[in-house]
Design a protein around this ligand. Structure first.
Ligand SMILES: *Cc1c(COP(=O)(O)O)cnc(C)c1O
Length: 384
């Protein structure tokens, strides 16, 4: 059997159609979009069309899309950019304990500069506490930043409710929608969201490109100084092949069939893996869960051992998020759910894409069953 890639929460295969669309902009139309000759104008046209595709996908205007080097930069620009533009008047930001490291670290960086940050708790399924959100708001609050679809546990937050609270209190609202993008509908006109972070490499586009939606009229300070690119909000020569690929990836993702298929595979994995004794599903169930995310704790074994044994079988999964799996600290997201450290350590994320098949899922279920049984038979943690 070929290798099975179930780590699409970390990154995805670039769709061959995306590679095809990008080629021209490496080899022939390689101009700088700021140049006035034909090469430059071809690049400018490609940039404008890509921007239009991204804008349309969330019902925004073209001038509200700022291209960045990815989701991390979009998150940094949103949080630091809003904080510095407002620092004279307000100095309080509210976020959650289950954010991506790019939001958490940007927040810690602001704390060092004197900003106050509130990190909201979540319940056992990973939903933020809306009462706590309302209570945390003060007249100094500038911004609320809440992740949409969680990268580790797949829980999808109710953006409408959070947006309404923000609007009522006249506070800006940012969401990191990197994982949910193209999987859950995002309409900036219906939801009261002022800033949205997106990226390309989680949706079968190239790495190193993303975007931040910034609602018209929002005061934001650029974090990258230089030329006047991206409406003077982000300097640097535009990554034309990157944004072309990003836009192509968005167009290709626009097919409800993919989502239905991922859900089928997800639910099969969940149902079958939970039949193994002493397991639990982490994150929400049903419609409030990302269509491609499965996160399961296997008691009495270490996630790392299971990961390595699956790797030997040609199956790629992850423990926690790729960014934190280098460390031996348990995932901050699983700890926020209230999991004990040893349970968090036995957790595995299986993340699907439109390229996965039921055959792959069946084989994976079979392998996990055998490996878990083996590891438990030698585990000192099992009571016998
Ligand atoms: C991957 C990811 C990011 C970071 O995006 P990059 O393009 O890799 O910088 C941010 N937020 C979430 C939820 C992610 O899954």
């Amino acid at each position: 059997m070929n290798k099975i890639y179930l780590d699409n929460g970390a990154t995805t295969k670039v769709d061959p159609k995306v590679v095809d669309a990008m080629k021209l902009y490496f080899l022939e139309k390689y101009g700088n979009a700021s140049s006035f000759h034909d090469f430059g104008q071809q690049a400018k046209q490609a940039l404008d069309s890509a921007r239009e595709v991204i804008a349309k996908s969330i019902n925004a205007n073209d001038s509200e899309i700022i291209f960045t080097s990815g989701g991390s930069e979009a998150n940094n620009l949103a949080i630091k950019g809003i904080a510095s533009a407002n620092r004279e008047k307000r100095n309080h930001i509210i976020t959650t304990k289950i954010e991506h490291p790019s939001v958490l670290e940007a927040s810690r960086c602001l704390e060092k500069q004197g900003f106050k940050i509130t990190y909201l708790d979540v319940d056992k399924d990973g939903f933020v506490d809306l009462n706590q959100l309302e209570k945390s708001i003060t007249e100094k609050t500038i911004l609320v930043s809440v992740i949409h679809g969680n990268n580790e546990i797949g829980t999808i937050q109710d953006l409408k409710k959070i947006g309404d609270i923000c609007k009522k209190n006249n506070i800006l609202f940012h969401t990191d929608a990197v994982q949910s993008y193209t999987k859950v509908d995002l309409d900036v006109k219906k939801l009261n969201i002022d800033l949205i972070s997106l990226n390309s490499h989680k949706i079968h586009g190239p790495k190193g490109v993303g975007a931040l939606f910034v609602r018209k009229g929002t005061n934001i300070e650029k974090q990258m100084n230089g030329g006047g690119q991206e409406f003077k909000k982000r300097a640097g020569t535009e990554n034309i092949p990157g944004v072309v690929g990003f836009a192509k990836a968005v167009e290709l993702a626009n097919d409800k069939k993919h989502i239905a298929n991922m859900k089928k595979l997800r639910d099969k994995l969940i149902t079958e893996l939970l039949k193994i004794k002493d397991t639990q599903l982490n994150g929400a169930r049903g419609k409030d869960r990302l269509c491609n995310n499965v996160n399961i704790s296997f008691n009495f074994i270490e996630g790392e051992s299971l990961l390595m044994h699956l790797n030997l079988k040609g199956i790629a999964v992850s423990t926690g998020s790729a960014c934190t799996s280098q460390s031996l600290e348990p995932s901050h997201v699983l700890i926020a759910l209230g999991l004990k450290h040893e349970i968090a350590h036995g957790s595995i994320r299986f993340s699907l894409s439109r390229f996965n098949t039921m055959k792959e899922v069946d084989y994976t279920i079979d392998c996990v069953n055998k490996i878990v049984e083996n590891l438990r038979s030698i585990s000192p943690l099992v009571e016998r």
